[in-house]
Ligand binder design. Sequence first.
Ligand SMILES: [Zn+2]
Ligand SMILES: [Zn+2]
Length: 143
Amino acid sequence: MSLEPKPHPRAPAPGGLTPARRQALDILTRANRPVGAYEMIDMMRDAKGKRPAPISVYRALGYLLDNGLAHRLASQNAFIVCGHAHGAEEPVVFLICEQCGEVKEATSPGLARELAALAGAAGFAPRSRVVEIAGRCERCAAG
Ligand SMILES: [Zn+2]
Ligand SMILES: [Zn+2]
């Protein structure tokens, strides 16, 4: 299992990041925690306090998801920056602390093999491969 963040191998070409996409990615990177779409819209207010149109924020988030720069956490209805160098087809596991809110992203070659075998046996073509596990992080479990 790997928990160490690595530089992202699929960073898009500079032209691929429009200002809105860049800003959304910056917000997620700085937050380093799950951010909901409405919170994101709020955080993207300009100097005059004007919020961007929700559709443009959703489009920017969609781009980040499609390009593996961020993930969507269904259980939190929120988005989180991808802290890992992993392939697009590789399953990711999110360890979500219910006490302090910390979210860790992990990958596992063993889990990838098992999930591929499981889906294959069912004749199933997976689109997303995200596992969300709720519980307590190492720090909270110790406290
Ligand atoms: Zn990831
Ligand atoms: Zn915790």
